[in-house]
Design a protein around this ligand. Structure first.
Ligand code: DGL
Length: 237
């Protein structure tokens, strides 16, 4: 299968990494919209406009399905239109965390606003909107990360477990663990069963981004440990 994977930036690479590890025999084409990040601060019409262009690009690459490796887009999946089947990463949470008494959720402002998590988790939810994290992660700006994380975690630290509701946040999980020592879930683990019965072929990887700079190159190298020349400019806008 040829699988498209999309996100606003490098966050979806945490999902891609997990997909490749568990299902190595597929062709993966990743698109990170680094030109328009952060999606969590955009409105739905802007996201529709960006994703229309990205879906067309992936269609031209003949992908068989597209994984929406972005919590913010997944929270608004009903607005996204594509000729190719879409798999989002929020709906696979359905009934998976209901046994916990309370679930703390860190996510982007738009994901929190759309109430998407309430649809799939019946437990008591403690939600915290974390607008600062995605830009800091993309810009590799870790200077004030401790203070910021501590402030966000303080709002949800009584939760029995925490779910990182944005695919960027696993990249700073070590900071989060300093302030929360119970179980932390990430979104990528819930999507894996969805790929179980797909026809496997041969591994291949292509990475496209709508804006490329030195920070992006460093981030990709750190996350995937791959050759720099795999990073290509995705000219879709
Ligand atoms: N990785 C995206 C998510 O999971 C980040 C969204 C953003 O760009 O704000 O929500």
């Amino acid at each position: 299968m040829c699988i498209g994977v999309i996100d606003s930036g490098i966050g979806g690479l945490t999902v891609l990494k997990s997909l490749i590890k568990n299902y190595p025999n597929h062709e993966y084409i990743y698109f990170g919209d680094t030109l328009h990040i952060p999606y969590g601060e955009k409105n739905i019409n802007e996201l529709k406009y960006y994703t229309d262009k990205i879906f067309k690009f992936l269609e031209s690459k003949q992908v068989d399905l597209i994984i929406i490796a972005c919590g913010t887009l997944s929270s608004n999946i009903e607005y996204l239109k594509s000729n190719i089947p879409l798999i989002d990463i929020i709906s696979p949470l359905k009934n998976k965390l209901d046994n916990y008494h309370s679930v703390g959720i860190m996510a982007t402002p738009l994901s929190i606003k759309t109430n998407a998590f309430q649809k799939y988790i019946k437990s008591k939810l403690n939600l915290v909107s974390c607008p600062l994290l995605v830009p800091l992660i993309e810009n590799r700006d870790y200077q004030n990360m401790d203070n910021i994380i501590e402030e966000y975690i303080n709002k949800i630290k009584d939760s029995e477990v925490i779910l990182l509701g944005c695919t960027h946040y696993p990249l700073i999980i070590d900071y989060i663990k300093k302030y929360y020592d119970k179980k932390i879930f990430t979104l990528d683990e819930f999507i894996l069963p969805k790929l179980k019965n797909l026809k496997e072929t041969k591994y291949n990887l292509q990475l496209y981004f709508s804006k490329i700079d030195e920070n992006l190159r460093k981030n990709v190298a750190n996350i995937l440990n791959i050759d720099d020349n795999l990073i290509k400019f995705g000219d879709v806008f």
